[in-house]
Design a protein around this ligand. Structure first.
Ligand SMILES: *Cc1c(COP(=O)(O)O)cnc(C)c1O
Length: 367
């Protein structure tokens, strides 16, 4: 028996955990800090943690009411209707629902490179094809930046794709699209092209959300997640805010009980915990600035909870930092072999990361 042709499909490579790395190196997990997966430095919201415990006694029941409660809370947070909120198993799950609702076999999508791998994976699962727009500014171009998240970058590559993905703030550069750029992409693409604005890092930027565009547009959907600012990556909870014209499409494409009772309870509690999100955003802002100011390497302005750093040989630097106890993301897999991505940690973690990176960069240069 043959599987379908999976030769174009790629594996998602998540940042490795502390336990795994410690075991590989035969060391104590306590010696490591993990700044490779853009996780929350303060852990989960304490209110969400309590809600998770409380939810334990109800997990024999299918999560129906709690799913509606979460949908209603999100709808009211964003000023949209409940039908527009597509709750899912992580932001990734929401990307799948959008692909299910949009793609016929052979439809093409347009994704950023370097960029988040799951857009292309999700499109391929749903029998779509993937085209890329390159956000790197061509060498020699008269531009002081290396990356350009602009409408022109996207539109120059656009060729009638069914879905265009914009990550804002963008992973792994930390750069963002302006709302004007999002609107221009919407205006200058075909009527049946959807613009998905991925705001997984939306809480860390002062720019307004693209959800505001949904009052007037039916060609934009916005992705949000509880994994980053809310510190609930392990619970797998995210959602898309979709055009009002899509009405009952969610009911037709969702996996029954798209998010678990535990996830819904945790999400509801986290939405009430402004203190935790505020503290997270404040720490991240401090950490970003510290890395910019203190690290003697080229850093890029970031609107997210990480900073991209140009280091030369990213694999060698990430390996050396790992041996020194700091896990960073080698961006080679994103197609950036000279960059590492440093997640914003607590003050202590950030200082340690900068110290270790400084030493490692000295050593690598000295070699
Ligand atoms: C983290 C992330 C997501 C969503 O992740 P989930 O954990 O599935 O919610 C989506 N897009 C980007 C660019 C991300 O970095």
């Amino acid at each position: 028996m043959e599987l379908r042709d999976l030769s174009d499909h790629v594996e998602y490579r998540a940042g490795r955990g502390i336990e795994e790395v410690a075991r590989e190196l035969g060391r104590d997990p306590e010696e490591f800090v993990k700044l490779s997966s853009n996780e929350n430095p303060h852990g989960p919201s304490p209110k969400a943690e309590a809600a998770i415990r409380d939810a334990a006694s109800e997990v024999h029941r299918y999560p129906k009411a709690v799913h509606s409660d979460l949908t209603d809370a999100l709808a009211s947070k964003w000023g949209v209707t409940g039908e527009q909120v597509w709750v899912a198993n992580g932001g990734d799950g929401a990307l799948d629902y959008v692909a299910r609702a949009m793609l016929d076999p052979g439809d093409r999508v347009l994704v950023p490179t370097p960029g988040f791998t799951y857009y292309g994976m999700s499109a391929r699962f749903h029998h779509g094809d993937v085209a890329e727009y390159d956000i790197r500014v061509a060498p020699g171009t008269d531009d002081s930046e290396d990356f350009a998240l602009t409408a022109d970058t996207v539109l120059d590559a656009y060729d009638g794709e069914r879905v265009v993905y914009l990550t804002s703030p963008h992973n792994p550069t930390g750069d963002r699209f302006t709302l004007d750029a999002v609107e221009r992409v919407g205006d200058e693409t075909d009527d049946d092209t959807l613009v998905v604005v991925d705001e997984a890092y939306g809480e860390f930027t002062d720019a307004p959300s693209a959800v505001s565009l949904l009052d007037e547009r039916d060609d934009v959907a916005v992705l949000r997640t509880f994994s980053k600012a809310y510190g609930l990556a392990g619970i797998r909870l995210g959602y898309a805010v979709t055009p009002s014209a899509w009405a009952d499409a969610y009911a037709r494409v969702q996996t029954p009980f798209a998010a678990s009772a535990i996830a819904c309870r945790a999400g509801l509690a986290a939405l009430e915990d402004d203190e935790h999100v505020d503290q997270t955003v404040e720490t991240v802002a401090w950490s970003r600035q510290y890395v910019h100011d203190e690290l003697d390497a080229r850093t890029y302005e970031s609107h997210a909870n990480f900073v991209l750093v140009e280091v030369g040989d990213a694999t060698a630097v990430a390996e050396a930092a790992k041996r020194a106890g700091v896990l960073l993301r080698d961006c080679s897999s994103f197609g950036l072999p000279e960059h590492v991505r440093v997640t914003c940690g607590t003050r202590e973690e950030t200082k340690r990361a900068v110290e270790v990176l400084t030493e490692v960069l000295d050593e690598v240069v000295a070699e």
